[in-house]
Design a protein around this ligand. Structure first.
Ligand code: CA
Length: 230
Protein backbone atom coordinates (compact mmCIF):
# COMPACT_ATOMS: atom_id res chain seq x y z
CA UNK A 1 0.00 0.00 0.00
CA UNK A 2 1.19 3.48 -0.81
CA UNK A 3 0.53 5.79 2.12
CA UNK A 4 1.93 8.90 0.44
CA UNK A 5 0.21 12.14 1.41
CA UNK A 6 -1.63 13.81 -1.49
CA UNK A 7 -2.57 17.49 -1.23
CA UNK A 8 -5.77 18.00 -3.25
CA UNK A 9 -6.18 21.65 -4.24
CA UNK A 10 -9.67 22.12 -5.65
CA UNK A 11 -12.34 24.74 -5.03
CA UNK A 12 -15.25 22.57 -6.19
CA UNK A 13 -16.11 20.34 -3.21
CA UNK A 14 -17.79 17.66 -5.33
CA UNK A 15 -14.65 17.14 -7.41
CA UNK A 16 -12.40 17.22 -4.36
CA UNK A 17 -14.58 14.58 -2.69
CA UNK A 18 -14.40 12.22 -5.65
CA UNK A 19 -10.62 12.52 -5.88
CA UNK A 20 -10.30 12.02 -2.16
CA UNK A 21 -12.52 8.92 -2.18
CA UNK A 22 -10.54 7.24 -4.95
CA UNK A 23 -7.16 8.10 -3.41
CA UNK A 24 -8.19 6.89 0.05
CA UNK A 25 -9.54 3.68 -1.43
CA UNK A 26 -6.10 3.09 -2.94
CA UNK A 27 -4.36 3.59 0.40
CA UNK A 28 -3.16 7.17 -0.03
CA UNK A 29 -3.53 9.77 2.69
CA UNK A 30 -5.14 13.04 1.62
CA UNK A 31 -5.53 16.64 2.69
CA UNK A 32 -7.65 19.25 0.94
CA UNK A 33 -7.28 22.94 0.19
CA UNK A 34 -10.03 25.06 -1.39
CA UNK A 35 -7.88 27.98 -2.55
CA UNK A 36 -4.32 28.80 -3.49
CA UNK A 37 -3.32 30.40 -0.21
CA UNK A 38 -4.49 27.49 1.92
CA UNK A 39 -2.68 25.20 -0.53
CA UNK A 40 0.62 26.97 0.17
CA UNK A 41 0.04 26.83 3.94
CA UNK A 42 -0.77 23.11 3.85
CA UNK A 43 2.26 22.50 1.67
CA UNK A 44 4.55 24.34 4.06
CA UNK A 45 3.27 22.62 7.22
CA UNK A 46 2.21 19.17 6.08
CA UNK A 47 4.89 18.54 3.43
CA UNK A 48 2.76 16.40 1.10
CA UNK A 49 4.46 13.88 -1.18
CA UNK A 50 2.56 15.15 -4.20
CA UNK A 51 0.11 17.95 -5.08
CA UNK A 52 -2.97 17.64 -7.31
CA UNK A 53 -3.46 21.25 -8.32
CA UNK A 54 -6.54 22.73 -9.98
CA UNK A 55 -5.61 25.72 -12.16
CA UNK A 56 -8.67 27.95 -11.64
CA UNK A 57 -8.73 28.72 -7.92
CA UNK A 58 -9.75 31.61 -5.67
CA UNK A 59 -7.13 33.95 -4.16
CA UNK A 60 -4.08 32.55 -5.94
CA UNK A 61 -4.50 30.49 -9.11
CA UNK A 62 -2.80 27.19 -9.85
CA UNK A 63 -0.03 28.77 -11.93
CA UNK A 64 0.80 31.09 -9.03
CA UNK A 65 0.79 28.19 -6.58
CA UNK A 66 3.01 26.14 -8.89
CA UNK A 67 5.56 28.95 -9.20
CA UNK A 68 5.76 29.25 -5.40
CA UNK A 69 6.07 25.49 -4.94
CA UNK A 70 8.92 25.42 -7.43
CA UNK A 71 10.74 28.16 -5.53
CA UNK A 72 10.29 26.10 -2.36
CA UNK A 73 11.59 22.80 -3.70
CA UNK A 74 10.72 19.86 -5.87
CA UNK A 75 7.40 18.45 -4.59
CA UNK A 76 5.81 16.71 -7.58
CA UNK A 77 2.76 18.54 -8.98
CA UNK A 78 -0.01 17.31 -11.27
CA UNK A 79 -2.09 20.17 -12.67
CA UNK A 80 -5.83 19.77 -13.28
CA UNK A 81 -7.87 21.95 -15.62
CA UNK A 82 -10.80 22.11 -18.01
CA UNK A 83 -9.75 25.29 -19.79
CA UNK A 84 -8.28 24.96 -23.28
CA UNK A 85 -5.91 27.91 -22.79
CA UNK A 86 -4.52 26.31 -19.64
CA UNK A 87 -4.02 23.04 -21.47
CA UNK A 88 -1.99 24.89 -24.11
CA UNK A 89 0.21 26.38 -21.42
CA UNK A 90 0.54 23.06 -19.63
CA UNK A 91 1.06 20.80 -22.60
CA UNK A 92 4.71 21.76 -22.98
CA UNK A 93 5.11 21.30 -19.22
CA UNK A 94 7.47 24.25 -19.41
CA UNK A 95 5.85 25.58 -16.28
CA UNK A 96 7.49 22.94 -14.15
CA UNK A 97 4.52 20.65 -13.47
CA UNK A 98 5.25 16.94 -13.54
CA UNK A 99 2.06 16.04 -15.37
CA UNK A 100 -1.43 17.37 -16.04
CA UNK A 101 -4.94 15.96 -16.36
CA UNK A 102 -7.92 17.42 -18.17
CA UNK A 103 -11.42 17.77 -16.71
CA UNK A 104 -13.73 15.95 -16.87
CA UNK A 105 -11.41 13.15 -15.81
CA UNK A 106 -11.73 9.53 -14.87
CA UNK A 107 -10.73 9.47 -11.20
CA UNK A 108 -9.07 6.09 -11.61
CA UNK A 109 -6.89 7.59 -14.30
CA UNK A 110 -5.90 10.42 -11.94
CA UNK A 111 -4.91 7.91 -9.26
CA UNK A 112 -2.82 6.05 -11.85
CA UNK A 113 -1.07 9.32 -12.78
CA UNK A 114 -0.37 10.10 -9.13
CA UNK A 115 1.20 6.68 -8.74
CA UNK A 116 3.26 7.05 -11.92
CA UNK A 117 4.58 10.50 -11.02
CA UNK A 118 5.48 9.36 -7.50
CA UNK A 119 7.30 6.33 -8.85
CA UNK A 120 9.26 8.48 -11.30
CA UNK A 121 10.19 11.25 -8.88
CA UNK A 122 11.04 8.91 -6.01
CA UNK A 123 13.31 7.03 -8.39
CA UNK A 124 15.06 10.29 -9.21
CA UNK A 125 15.44 11.09 -5.54
CA UNK A 126 17.14 7.78 -4.80
CA UNK A 127 19.86 9.05 -7.10
CA UNK A 128 19.97 12.34 -5.31
CA UNK A 129 23.62 13.28 -5.69
CA UNK A 130 25.52 13.35 -8.93
CA UNK A 131 29.27 13.88 -9.13
CA UNK A 132 31.45 14.67 -12.08
CA UNK A 133 35.10 15.32 -11.40
CA UNK A 134 35.20 17.76 -8.52
CA UNK A 135 31.66 19.00 -9.14
CA UNK A 136 28.84 17.69 -7.00
CA UNK A 137 25.11 18.37 -7.39
CA UNK A 138 22.59 17.58 -4.65
CA UNK A 139 19.20 17.46 -6.37
CA UNK A 140 17.19 17.21 -3.18
CA UNK A 141 18.56 20.35 -1.56
CA UNK A 142 19.15 22.29 -4.80
CA UNK A 143 22.79 22.87 -3.91
CA UNK A 144 26.06 22.38 -5.77
CA UNK A 145 29.63 22.05 -4.53
CA UNK A 146 33.18 21.83 -5.70
CA UNK A 147 35.10 19.21 -3.71
CA UNK A 148 38.89 19.22 -3.87
CA UNK A 149 41.02 17.20 -1.47
CA UNK A 150 38.15 16.70 0.98
CA UNK A 151 37.42 20.41 0.94
CA UNK A 152 33.85 21.06 -0.10
CA UNK A 153 33.06 24.57 -1.28
CA UNK A 154 29.52 25.70 -1.94
CA UNK A 155 28.90 26.88 -5.46
CA UNK A 156 26.68 29.94 -5.34
CA UNK A 157 24.19 29.69 -8.22
CA UNK A 158 20.90 31.27 -9.20
CA UNK A 159 17.96 28.88 -9.49
CA UNK A 160 18.19 28.97 -13.30
CA UNK A 161 21.92 28.24 -13.23
CA UNK A 162 21.37 25.40 -10.78
CA UNK A 163 18.69 23.86 -12.96
CA UNK A 164 20.90 24.00 -16.04
CA UNK A 165 23.81 22.41 -14.20
CA UNK A 166 21.57 19.74 -12.63
CA UNK A 167 19.93 18.94 -15.96
CA UNK A 168 23.12 18.66 -17.97
CA UNK A 169 25.38 16.91 -15.45
CA UNK A 170 23.03 13.88 -15.51
CA UNK A 171 24.23 13.20 -19.06
CA UNK A 172 27.59 14.95 -18.98
CA UNK A 173 28.79 14.42 -22.54
CA UNK A 174 25.44 14.65 -24.31
CA UNK A 175 24.96 17.67 -26.59
CA UNK A 176 21.86 19.66 -25.67
CA UNK A 177 20.06 22.10 -27.95
CA UNK A 178 19.49 25.58 -26.48
CA UNK A 179 15.74 25.12 -26.87
CA UNK A 180 15.82 21.86 -24.87
CA UNK A 181 17.84 23.50 -22.11
CA UNK A 182 15.35 26.34 -22.04
CA UNK A 183 12.35 23.98 -21.87
CA UNK A 184 13.84 21.87 -19.14
CA UNK A 185 15.39 24.55 -16.97
CA UNK A 186 13.55 27.84 -17.33
CA UNK A 187 9.98 26.60 -17.43
CA UNK A 188 8.11 29.52 -15.96
CA UNK A 189 9.82 32.28 -17.85
CA UNK A 190 9.21 33.67 -21.31
CA UNK A 191 12.95 33.71 -21.79
CA UNK A 192 14.45 33.60 -25.25
CA UNK A 193 16.77 30.86 -26.38
CA UNK A 194 19.67 33.31 -26.16
CA UNK A 195 19.08 33.61 -22.41
CA UNK A 196 20.61 30.16 -22.15
CA UNK A 197 23.91 31.62 -23.44
CA UNK A 198 23.94 34.14 -20.62
CA UNK A 199 23.32 31.53 -17.94
CA UNK A 200 25.93 29.20 -19.41
CA UNK A 201 28.53 31.96 -19.51
CA UNK A 202 27.79 32.79 -15.85
CA UNK A 203 28.13 29.13 -14.93
CA UNK A 204 31.48 28.92 -16.73
CA UNK A 205 32.74 32.01 -14.93
CA UNK A 206 31.66 30.72 -11.51
CA UNK A 207 33.30 27.35 -12.14
CA UNK A 208 36.43 29.05 -13.50
CA UNK A 209 36.63 31.09 -10.29
CA UNK A 210 36.85 27.80 -8.41
CA UNK A 211 39.51 26.36 -10.65
CA UNK A 212 37.11 24.27 -12.74
CA UNK A 213 37.86 25.16 -16.35
CA UNK A 214 36.55 23.87 -19.64
CA UNK A 215 33.00 23.00 -18.62
CA UNK A 216 29.95 23.80 -20.77
CA UNK A 217 31.78 23.80 -24.11
CA UNK A 218 29.71 25.01 -27.06
CA UNK A 219 28.67 22.34 -29.55
CA UNK A 220 28.61 23.98 -32.94
CA UNK A 221 25.21 24.08 -34.61
CA UNK A 222 23.51 22.54 -31.57
CA UNK A 223 24.09 24.19 -28.21
CA UNK A 224 26.16 22.96 -25.30
CA UNK A 225 27.32 19.93 -23.40
CA UNK A 226 28.43 19.76 -19.81
CA UNK A 227 31.83 18.28 -20.56
CA UNK A 228 33.77 17.13 -23.63
CA UNK A 229 34.22 13.36 -23.72
CA UNK A 230 37.53 12.49 -22.09
CA1 CA B 1 -11.54 25.44 -10.07
Amino acid sequence: MDNSLVLIVEDEPAIAQILEAYLLRDGFRTVRAGDGEVALQHHAYLKPDIVLLDVRLPKLDGFGVLARLRQAGSTPVIMVTAIADDIDRLSGLRLGADDYVVKPFNPQEVVARVRAVLRRTQGERADAIKRFGAIEVDFASYTAFVSIDERRTHLSLTLSEFRILAYMIRHPTQAFARADILDACLPESDALVRTVDTHISNLRRKLDDMGQNGFFPAVRGIGYRFSDPR
